[in-house]
Design a protein around this ligand. Structure first.
Ligand code: AMP
Length: 249
């Protein structure tokens, strides 16, 4: 079994998000970047399936500028076998990413595709679903448990008020939820080994995919600044302020 994992380069979840002075976008200069956390969970799950003997090869693919090779190398350090970078500009809309990934899937013919449920930068939560539609493949989104069976994968999903179990015929697409697993840290020897693992670079042209933007980013504004709090000297004063000033009780 071959597993393809899609990893996106995003702003590190610990980094403070700054907006450019002209409100044109998020300012990523001098900002720590990382693998999208849900994609890290996807890599971990693929590696666990390989370690359990259910999969033979894990391929990590990322769509973006050359810098995203850093995140492919991080996936290789965690245990993926080889990487593919689809060289594009920044901020591609999901449909374009899905079209490029669809072509990589047609070329690579994986049995399972594992992606994050959402990228924490744009919060789109749509690339996996679009890929599934483009490839006419079954999808199990927001997976909290995966069990491989003969020619099928069972996906347990957290839904309102309970759990749903789906049986998907392979090849299938799975998107990961937070509780699927806890990703490991890459060891230093594995980070060194990852530098020598194969990483192919392809382009939309070599994949034969024409990109069309259907939307454009108009403006990004930071959240409103919170005003400073005040210290009250007694519970009575607190209740008085909540009643008459904040008018919340
Ligand atoms: P989104 O639909 O943008 O919230 O992203 C959902 C998932 O799609 C991510 O967790 C990745 O697995 C995949 N994905 C989105 N954008 C990219 C990208 N540029 N390169 C690789 N994978 C991506």
């Amino acid at each position: 079994m071959k597993i393809l994992v899609a990893v996106k380069r995003v702003i590190d979840y610990n980094a403070k998000v700054r907006v450019k002075a002209d409100n044109s976008d998020v300012d990523l200069s001098n900002t720590k970047m990382a693998i999208n956390p849900f994609c890290e969970i996807a890599v971990e799950e693929a590696i666990r399936l390989k370690e359990a003997g259910s999969a033979q090869e894990v391929v990590a693919v990322s769509v973006g500028p050359k810098a995203c090779q850093e995140q492919i190398r991080a996936a290789l350090a965690l245990g993926a076998d080889r990487g593919i970078q689809v060289e594009t500009g920044d901020n591609l809309e999901s449909l374009n990413v899905a079209k490029l990934l669809a072509q990589v899937v047609r070329d690579e013919q994986p049995d399972l595709i594992i992606m994050g449920k959402q990228a924490i930068d744009s919060d789109n939560n749509q690339t996996g679903q679009m890929l599934s539609a483009l490839l006419n493949m079954p999808q199990g989104t927001f997976a909290s448990e995966i069990n491989l069976q003969e020619g099928e994968v069972q996906v347990i999903r957290e839904i309102d008020g309970g759990l749903q179990t789906l049986g998907l015929t392979l090849p299938a697409i799975i998107t990961t939820d937070l509780r699927l697993n806890e990703p490991r840290y890459a060891s230093l020897p594995n980070i060194m080994k990852a530098k020598r693992k194969p990483l192919a670079v392809v382009t939309p042209e070599t994949l034969g995919v024409e990109l069309k933007q259907h939307s454009k980013l108009l403006k990004v504004t930071p959240p409103a600044e919170r005003s400073a709090g005040i210290l009250v000297s007694s519970v009575d004063e607190l209740i008085e302020k909540l009643k008459n000033q904040a008018k919340v009780i």
